[in-house]
Design a protein around this ligand. Structure first.
Ligand code: ASP
Length: 442
């Protein structure tokens, strides 16, 4: 029997009917012994997550505005769940006392993280009761320092000590606490991180991450119709794709599992029979289509600096990048030629400071010209298989040429795991479809 840690996201626990589905999945396998939960998420498009309602209630309270209605709305969400799951009145009475205790903190200063973490805490209590599992408060096992820095080593030890010899437990995701008991949260979507920490500590055979999609797709379904599923993805490929916008789980959830090699399986609560995506440290299994996935983002700008004999000037690149650094702007890619150097940055970050930055680059480098091109997209073609296959780059650029896409920048990562291509925003979708069509039979 495989020992599994299972994490259910907000949409998988958004109402009583969804929690019943999750319960069915958990009870189906005896190995599903450690359950990590999110707060109730969206039930439909346009619905509001409980976590967001809590943020709003806290903001209202801090602004001295009425927040009671918002709290009523939150309470109503949980009431539907408790009633729909058929939990006892006695449980509801106990639960509501906890809820009322939370309301007392709304007007306190510096209580935001505590308040928003209650979405998970209160849901965890309900799910534990429904499953007949024990509830373990994340404040006791996920450790932060007093500044809100997550303490991995300490958490690992604590988790091991508390969960040793225990099974059939529910742990609320997203938060932990410092030594003084003050609650701190991870960044949004952070229940995934809690899940992987628990998996690491109990040395699970698999960490299952249950969500509302069937796994990672080769391309964005908003761009490519019905894209194929990625069956196996390595941690590094995941990082490349996630950075470029293909987000199914919190990127940092991979970190605790990186060294242990525990695989992560992404599964769909609404279609549990599907294969899902398996994320692993390493695999000798070739990816189905040479490339593993395509992701990309719009809204970049390229700053191109030209100076005669730039190539012989030591420290030129540093001077340019220092200007961006001084303005707190991080760069994405820096392709260069003999007398030119281009810096790709997020357009939004550049916009407000553009004139100043250009002036400072002239000043620092004595450049002949500094030009800015906006409205650019970056496309990442990612795949562990690209290293072994000759002609992959050729195929990509043939596809783009046939689709009449003008390639503005090419950057192949030195690990040969990805090729980044810059195109105009208007040509982005066409470019993604062209590369997809070239490698994946449509
Ligand atoms: N509930 C939190 C959020 O909405 C954390 C999570 O769901 O993972 O961000």
């Amino acid at each position: 029997m495989s020992r599994k840690v299972v994490k259910f996201g907000g949409t998988s626990l958004s109402c009583a009917a969804q929690i019943k589905k999750a319960g069915g999945i958990i009870k189906e396998e005896e190995g599903r012994q450690y359950v990590v939960v999110s707060a109730p998420g969206k039930r439909w498009d346009g619905d509001i997550k409980v976590t967001d309602l809590l943020y709003r209630a806290y903001d209202l309270a801090q602004a001295g505005r009425p927040y009671e209605e918002m709290m009523q709305q939150i309470c109503g969400r949980y009431r539907e769940i408790v009633t729909g799951l058929g939990l006892s009145e006695a449980f509801w009475k106990e639960w509501i006392q906890e809820f009322e205790a939370v309301c007392v903190h709304l007007e306190k200063e510096n209580a935001q993280e505590y308040i928003v973490s209650r979405g998970e805490y209160l849901n965890g209590k309900i799910v534990a009761q429904y499953l007949g599992f024990a509830f373990v408060d994340a404040a006791k096992i996920i450790c932060f320092d007093k500044n809100g820095e997550f303490l991995h080593e300490k958490t690992r030890e604590r988790l091991k000590a508390v969960l040793k010899d225990r099974k059939f437990v529910v742990v609320p995701g997203f938060y932990g606490a410092d030594d003084a008991g003050a609650v701190h949260t991870f960044s949004r979507g952070g229940s995934d991180i809690t899940g992987s920490l628990v998996a690491e500590a109990v040395q699970a055979d698999i960490y299952e991450n249950w969500t509302d999609v069937s796994g990672f797709l080769v391309a964005d379904p908003r761009v490519v119709e019905n894209p194929k599923l990625i069956r196996i993805l390595t941690y590094r490929e995941l990082r490349e794709l996630a950075y470029m916008g293909a987000v199914v789980m919190h990127e940092e959830a991979v970190l605790p599992l990186h060294k242990t090699g525990i695989p992560i399986q992404i599964k769909n609560t609404n279609a549990p029979g599907g294969e899902g995506t398996m994320i692993v440290g390493n695999t000798c299994q070739e990816s189905e289509f040479t490339i593993t996935g395509i992701a990309g983002k719009k809204g970049f700008a390229a700053v191109t600096i030209e100076k005669d004999r730039m190539n012989s000037e030591i420290g030129f690149g540093r001077k340019v990048l220092e200007v961006f650094q001084n303005h707190g702007i991080s760069f994405e890619h820096v392709p260069s030629g003999i007398d030119t150097m281009t810096v790709f940055v997020k357009q939004e970050a550049l916009e407000e400071k553009k004139e100043k930055i250009l002036f400072e680059i002239y000043e620092a480098t004595g450049a002949d010209s500094v030009e800015v091109e906006t409205g650019l997209s970056l496309l990442a073609v990612v795949g562990r298989g690209m290293k072994e296959h000759r002609g992959t780059a050729g195929k990509i650029f043939t596809a783009l040429a046939h689709a009449d896409v003008n390639v503005k920048m090419i950057d192949q990562g030195s690990s040969e795991l990805n090729i980044i291509i810059g195109v105009a925003d208007e040509e982005f979708e066409r470019a993604v479809r062209a590369v997809y069509g070239m490698f994946v039979a449509v």
